[in-house]
Design a protein around this ligand. Sequence first.
Ligand code: BES
Ligand code: ZN
Ligand code: ZN
Length: 502
Amino acid sequence: MNIVVHYNATEHATNDLVILPAFSKSVKVKGKEETQLINTHWPKEVKDNFNAIAASRHYKGNTGEHFILHVGDTTVLLWGMGDKTKLDNEAIRRSAANLFKHVKDHHDEVSFVVDAIVKGNKLPETLEVFAEALHMTGYAYDKYMSKKATNKVKTWYFETKEKKAKAKACDKALETAKIIGDAIAFARDLVNDPPNHLDSVAYAKLIEKDTKNLKRVKYKHLGKPEMTKENMNLFLSVNAASSHDPRLVHLTYTPAKVTKNTKHICFVGKGLTFDTGGLSLKPSTSMVNMKFDMAGSATVYGAFRAAAMLQPNVKMTCILGITDNAVSETATKPDSIVKGRNGMTVEILNTDAEGRLVLADCLDYACDLKPDCIIDSATLTGACLMAFGNEVCGMMGNDPKLTEKIKKSAGAVNEYIWELPIIDEWRKDMKSPIADLKNIGSGGAGTAKAAAFLEYFIKNDISWAHLDIAGVGDSSKHLPYCPPKGASGLMIRTLTHFALNS
Ligand code: BES
Ligand code: ZN
Ligand code: ZN
């Protein structure tokens, strides 16, 4: 679907479908609350036609409420967007998503008259969030379906009275939306891909191929021999039963100009292409959907990809820890004690707490690169899903400056994030009586204890934050721009914003 701005709009870009926003306002009439339609921005001929239809008296412009009429050869859709004073970026995204679903099967061309929803000088920003929502909503995972998802709309016009002089900023906004939308689609595809197709080797190959299209980005990976040399035995212990080689994918983005002041941010992602639980086998109902256990890595890759395409003036590293957690006679046994890359020994009491083992070695490897900060993203704990549902991302870290900055980025793109503490009691709980650490805690606080475990692998006082996306990464059906089932792609926008503002 092409998204185009139609400037200087004295006539409509298409007569197939013209969409005009409508607003509602709550007023007190004789002491009683009443909803009134606000349509002062409509062209006179639309108003006249609308008023001539008796049923139009009932149309109030509430959110999602719509009304169709014909003006000459043009079909006009009046799209309710509710109270205009409450129309923030997120309301625009949600409205755009519902609107797209409403029209996509019926029209070849649609034209949205955008000016009425733009506040002040913010046409580019409005176009960006609107287009971003269209891209996100247009996503469908249909590669294994004989019958493909449909979208009849070939061109989506935004009509504005603004002059062509605004074109540069507006085109950039649409380009940014497309880059972010494509990155989210790419990441969602990776997560939705089934484990019989997306094993560790295939996953790394896809990333290698994709990064060939990214400027200033270098790809390398470590396989089993290199990881053995690096003493990444915690990571390797998770791979012990696998029929696929593990992959530590190491990506770098170097900006055009690097000085000693250039910031370096590092993303790390959990990439479990499938998590059976290992010998601490998951019950069958909990095992279903564990192809999604690589969503943390897909999320950081999505953000890295989008940010790299937008060429920020910051160095970026992206580390993906990729393997499956399988069962065979060579599987790591509970009670095993394994020494990690940083020299600490871990008593593995539950082979289903595997993500932290993979991340532990990846984080230690990342610290050696001496970045200014490390952000990891992982589907780490079922406890996080229990606490925050599919709506909120859990965050923990060792530096309030960093976690506050991430919260600001989340706020800027309207994603939900909530920080949990890491306290000494929980750090202590992760210690083993017979090894330096154990990989599960006792009792509650499963999400933050997992983070307390990870923190032991951060060295040199590097600022670090951990995002537990076990909930938000999946089936975020509360958002009309996310598929009701499958990968959500959430937090990619937060991390992209973070990278672009570092
Ligand atoms: N991948 C799971 C966490 C998970 C569960 C993500 C459900 C999304 C939905 C992780 O590897 C795991 O199994 N964690 C265990 C840890 C426990 C053994 C301490 C869990 O959460 O039950
Ligand atoms: Zn697990
Ligand atoms: Zn897992």
